[in-house]
Structure formats: C-alpha cells, structure tokens
Write a protein that binds this ligand. Structure first.
Ligand code: MLT
Length: 329
C-alpha cells in the first residue's frame, strides 16, 4: 500500500499537472524561435524553389521566420540526416521529395534511420519532370535524342543531383527505356547542374518543371518530353514521353514535409496546420501553376496520408532499384 504524506501528494499533483501540461505548454510556446527548414539540395534548384515558397507562407502562419538552410550532397541524404538527428522540438523540419522513397533501398549504410527517423507533417506537391538537353544537342525530337543516346552511350554526360535524387531516378528510367548507359555527372543539386547544361558543358538532364520551365521558355535549353501521361498547361507544346515514342517513361516528383522522430503530437499538428494554410495560399497556387505543378489538395495533406503514401512508394521503387543493381554504398 503506497502511503503519501501531504507533501508527497502535493509533489505528485505538481508533477502530474506538469506532465499533463507539458504537451500543452510545448504547443503554447511553439514556435518559440525561428524554424529551420532544411532543403537537402543546393540553392536555386527545384526542391529549393518549392521549399522557399512554402517556408515564406508558413512563416506568416507560425508567427516566426521559417529559415531555409540548404544542406546538399549525397543525393539528399546529408540534409535528411541533419534533420533526423536534430532536437525533436519542431524548430527543425525537412522539405524533401521522392528521394525519401528511394534512399531506403539505395543507401544500405546510413548513419540515420531513413524511415524511422522522421515524423510526417504532410504532402506538399507533385512535380512533373522534363527531359532536356544543351540547346545545340544533335537531336530535334525525342526519337532523334534516343538514337543519339544509343549511338553515343557513355560519350554523353547526364547530369543529376546524386544517387537518390529525382534526376538520378529519372535517369535510371531513361537509360532503362533506351537500354543504354550514359556517363552520369553528379552535382549538389540540379540548380548548379542547370548552369552547366545552359553553358553546354554537360549534355542531358531530367529535371523538375519547377527548375526547367523558365529555361525552356527562354530557349536556353532544348526540351524533348514531359514525363507525365498528359501534356502540362505550363508547357503546352512539349510532347509527353509516350507521344515522343517512349511510353512508360513516366515519373512525377512528390514533395513532403518532415520533422525528427519524437516531435510531440501537438507540435506535429501545429506544423501541419501551418503547412495546410500555405497550401491554400493563392499566391503559391499561382506560382506553382506557372511552374507546371499545384499544391496537393488539402484533404491529402494529413500526416497519416503522407506516411501511408511514402511507405507505399518505398515498396513501389524497391524492386526497380534492386533490378538496376546500382546502390550508393
Ligand atoms: C533532384 O534531382 O532530386 C532535385 O532536382 C535536386 C534539386 O532540387 O536540386
């Protein structure tokens, strides 16, 4: 029989009320300082573009700055590691993309848990990819580009943002569809890679419309296909892969927001609330539309749907990656 003195009961009451109040206090105080949004690729790329738009809108909702920190390298795993190992207090979040579904299979020796290290905060957007090349490439159609790749093979340089990046995944699909390997040139993001493509020092890249639309419109690169089943309004003259003769060469890059595992549920809910408000921002919807994408519908922007979608995508890509036999270790 546990006997508690009056002082003991008082201490228990304080502890209980303190324990009961902790999540509420955490939520009341959150955010108590600027929130860091880690973008796991270099500034100026498509992931950075999505992240900065969302960060700006979330700042308004949270009442604290959401400060973007670009942590590029190793196909987006260095940035993911930074967040997985951050304090789970809601002040560090990760804006990542489809790489979160391919990294668990591609990287077999990580110093963080690529799935169990995160809380999901909600899906953000889904971005088509475009197959582009330096503007003086010796091809005027997708069929001619495929013939050139088959002829030149590893004599052509294919730019990507490292193993695990969307540009890497799209390159895997392209080289599988064409049944030919090219020489891959990794960058810390497709922002810097685009500079070399425009300069003509690298030949081909598959990248998200949030980075390529404006370059295609400006004619600084040549575009051959969009990797979606239907053409996109932002680039109405660009044929789909199927229309260009490569049916099945399709991939869209989804983006999600994450916090470190163990972030208290009230803070996860507060961050999701701020994300949902950002997804409803008309300015973001307009900017996304101009870049060939759109915010996910609010009904799909729950942490639970994000986790289920993510787990299904890990299972979807695992056999393809294993069949390709290319791993990061
Ligand atoms: C990717 O290829 O995964 C991204 O385009 C990289 C980036 O956002 O720079």
């Amino acid at each position: 029989m546990l006997h508690l003195s009056r002082r003991g009961l008082a201490a228990l009451a304080i502890t209980a009320s303190g324990a009961l109040a902790a999540p509420a206090l955490a939520q009341q105080a959150f955010p108590s300082r600027p929130v860091t949004m880690v973008i796991p690729f270099a500034a100026g790329g498509p992931t950075d573009t999505v992240g900065r738009l969302i960060a700006q809108a979330m700042s308004a909702e949270l009442g604290q700055p959401v400060v973007v920190e670009n942590v590029g390298g190793a196909g987006g795993t260095l940035g993911a590691q930074r967040v997985a190992q951050a304090r789970p207090d809601g002040h560090t979040v990760l804006l990542h993309h489809i790489g979160m579904a391919t990294i668990p299979t591609l990287y077999r020796r990580l110093s963080y848990d690529p799935v169990g290290g995160f809380e999901t905060l909600g899906l953000v957007t889904e971005v088509p990819m475009t197959l582009i090349a330096r503007r003086n490439i010796e091809a005027n159609s997708l069929a001619e580009l495929v013939a050139l790749i088959r002829r030149r093979g590893e004599g052509l340089n294919y730019a990507n943002a490292g193993i695990g990046a969307a540009s890497h995944l799209c390159g895997l699909l392209l080289m599988k569809a064409v049944d030919t390997r090219m020489t891959t040139v990794p960058y810390r993001g497709t922002g810097p890679a685009m500079n070399d493509l425009v300069a003509g020092t690298v030949d081909i890249m598959c990248d998200q419309t949030t980075n390529t639309t404006e370059q295609i419109r400006a004619g600084t690169v040549r575009a051959f296909a969009v990797t979606t089943p239907e053409r996109i309004a932002a680039l109405p003259d660009l044929p789909t892969s199927a229309q260009g003769g490569l049916p099945g060469f399709e991939v869209s890059v989804w983006h999600g927001l994450y916090a470190p595992k163990g972030t208290p549920a009230p803070i996860v809910a507060r961050l999701n609330q701020a994300l949902v408000k950002a997804l409803q921002d008309e300015g973001i919807a307009r900017r996304f539309a101009d870049l060939g994408t759109a915010p996910v519908p609010v009904a799909r922007a729950t942490p639970q749907i994000h986790r289920e979608f993510w787990q299904a995508d890990i299972a979807k890509w695992r056999p393809l990656i294993q069949a390709a036999g290319q791993f990061a270790d």
